[in-house]
Design a protein around this ligand. Structure first.
Ligand SMILES: Cc1ncc(COP(=O)(O)O)c(C=O)c1O
Length: 369
């Protein structure tokens, strides 16, 4: 079977997969409440929060949209540093919510520094800062998040974080001054797709309690409802993805058994192998600043070779990777190292890449460049 080196969904360990093959229980009964308690308490340890974690049915976008639609009121001013495609989606969700969104742009593979972000926040009377922790489209980890979040929250700005492809693969803590953060089951946590979650600080939970249900927010994205159901009944307001939560429970236990830091470190080790070896084969990391290269998704410029052709040739050898997004489509390959992958698997991919790059570009490939 082909190995998935994609930026998610990722390959799921056998025991996690097997956990989902149990009969569905009622989400209004005690067995389900126990599962949800286990999942939310485990996630709270991974998010490193003494606040709440709400579990939603849906992909990462569901959690990001719920955060945008529940934590920002129409007319509020939000700063979004644009690191790539997922930052643009975050800005778009906030705009549709009715927020006044200002962006700080950077070239693909680069990011605005903490001074640029904090300077803009200081001068601009902002209500919130929304940013992507690990920008999957360019393989950039915003490692200044801790510093920026601390200072921004100190200014009274709500810090909203998309850590869809960061949680479990990059160091992260809600205690850095993060107001709310969104993630999902099928990236570094290595469970199947179908569940997503929003972690909120105690302050943010109080905000949800006070604010109640705003009329414009679709019920599915209204975190006030998730908060009330979790607090009062230990349940979700809508049908949860029950069998995915069986798998997620096991996936979370695996992370906690390894220890969150070691689990993050294992991603860093797999990614480092790629950053060390692939430049020797002629590929260039898209993120030039080595301090910001993601542990979970490594992006490389393919130079004279078509990224689409490289992806195809790797696929024929049993390795599934992704190409760039948007304008980077044919210029960049993105290699995810999340999920059920070993160092040996990464070495296998590097060998396959060596073989692919040794082959001269076909005339068709040259024509498409
Ligand atoms: C940073 C980031 N945000 C949001 C999303 C959207 O997640 P999904 O495709 O699960 O809806 C992704 C997906 O790759 C992502 O990487």
């Amino acid at each position: 079977m082909a190995k998935l080196f994609t930026p998610g969904p990722v390959m799921v360990p056998r025991d996690v997969l097997a956990s989902s093959a149990s009969q569905v229980v009622s989400h209004r009964g005690p067995e389900f409440r126990e599962i949800l308690r286990h999942v939310t308490e485990g996630l709270a340890r991974i998010f490193d929060t003494d606040g709440y974690v709400y579990v939603l049915t849906g992909s990462g976008t569901t959690a990001v949209d719920a955060m945008a639609w529940s934590m920002v009121a129409p007319g509020e001013k939000v700063l979004v540093p644009v690191l790539g495609e997922f930052s643009k989606r975050l800005a778009e969700s906030l705009k549709r919510r009715g927020a006044r969104v200002a962006t700080l742009k950077a070239e693909p593979g680069d990011a605005p520094g903490p001074d640029a972000i904090l300077g803009e926040l200081e001068s601009g009377d902002y209500d919130a800062l929304a940013l992507v922790h690990n920008e999957t489209s360019t393989g950039l980890a915003y490692r200044w998040l801790r510093d920026v979040a601390r200072k921004a929250s100190g200014m009274g700005v709500k810090v909203l974080v998309d850590t869809v492809s960061g949680l479990g693969g990059e160091e992260f803590s809600m205690r850095w001054g993060v107001w709310a953060a969104a993630s999902c089951s099928h990236k570094a946590l290595a469970a199947p797709p179908g569940a997503s979650f929003v972690a909120v600080s105690r302050e943010a939970a109080e905000y949800l309690e006070k604010r109640g249900t705003p009329e414009q927010t679709p019920p599915l994205l209204d975190l006030s409802k998730y908060h009330a159901f979790l607090r009062d009944r230990g349940e979700t307001p809508f049908t949860p993805p029950v069998t995915i939560l069986y798998a997620l429970r096991r996936a979370i236990d695996r992370v906690l058994e390894a220890g969150v830091d070691s689990y993050v470190e294992a991603h860093a080790a797999r990614a480092s192998l790629l950053y060390g070896e692939l430049p020797r084969l002629g590929l260039t990391p898209l993120v030039r600043d080595a301090r910001l290269r993601s542990n979970t998704v490594a992006a490389f410029e393919t130079g004279a070779r078509s990224a689409l052709a490289v992806k195809k040739l790797l696929g024929e050898r049993g390795y599934v990777v992704a190409t760039g997004m948007g304008e980077l489509k044919d210029r960049v390959v993105r290699i995810g190292v999340m999920g059920d992958l070993t160092m040996e698997d990464v070495k296998g991919l590097i060998d396959a890449m060596r073989e692919v790059l040794r082959q001269p570009a076909s005339s068709r490939e040259s024509l498409t460049r």
